[in-house]
Design a protein around this ligand. Sequence first.
Ligand code: C5P
Length: 220
Amino acid sequence: VPPQRLAGRHVIVTSGPTHEPIDPVRYIANRSSGAQGAAIAAALRDLGARVSFVTGPAQVPPPEGVTVIRVETARQMRDAVEAALPADAAVMAAAVADWHVTNATDRKMKKDGSDQPPALEMAENPDILAWLSGLAQHRPKLVVGFAAETDDVIAHATSKRLRKGCDWILANDVSPATGIMGGADNAVTLITAEGAEDWPRMSKPAVARILASRIAEALE
Ligand code: C5P
C-alpha cells in the first residue's frame, strides 16, 4: 500500500466522452475511452483521496472505491461537478463535446419523403474547466486540465493553460501516428506556470500514478 499522502483530501475527476442527444435514439459523441481518467481516479484513491468520479458513457469501467456520478451530456457534467464541490483539487480528463444540439427532438426523427435531410442546430457547451478555474468561491486549490493536440503541442497547451485559467495542463500528442487516442500508452508534457516538462512515453496507469503523486506534493 503506498503512503496515504492524500488522506482527507477530496478530488473531483471528470472522465470519458459526453453524449449530446439528437433524438431519443441518436447522439453526437467522440472516441474517448475514459481509460486515462479512470486510471487517474484509481491512482488518487490509492494515495488515500476521496474521489468524486464524474463520468460520461465510457468504454472502461469506473474504478472501485470512488464515488461514481454518471452523466450523459456536458451540461449534466457541469452540474455534477458543481454538486461535488468543494474539493481540494480537480482533474478534468473528460473529452467534453464542444456543442450540443438545440433542436433535438423528443420523438425519433424520420425520413419524411422529401430529399432534404434534417438540419442540426447547435450551441456551445459550457467549458467546465474554464468555469471551475474561474470560480470566485470554492475554486479548488489545484485545477488540472488536458490538452489533446496534433501539432505545436507545447505552444497550444501553454496558451490553453492561460486561456482556461487552470494551474496545470497535461498535454498529449494525439496525432493518429502516435496511437495514443484509445491506446494503452500516453506521452504527455506537463505545463505549469514554471514551464514545460516532457514525460517519457509510458502506460496510462503510470502517467496517472506520477500525476497523483505530483498532486499530493502540490497540496502538501
Ligand atoms: O478546449 P479543449 O477541449 O481542448 O480543452 C480540453 C480541456 O478542457 C480538458 O481538460 C477538458 O476536460 C476540458 N473541457 C471542459 N469542458 C469543455 C471543454 C473542455 O472541461 N466544454
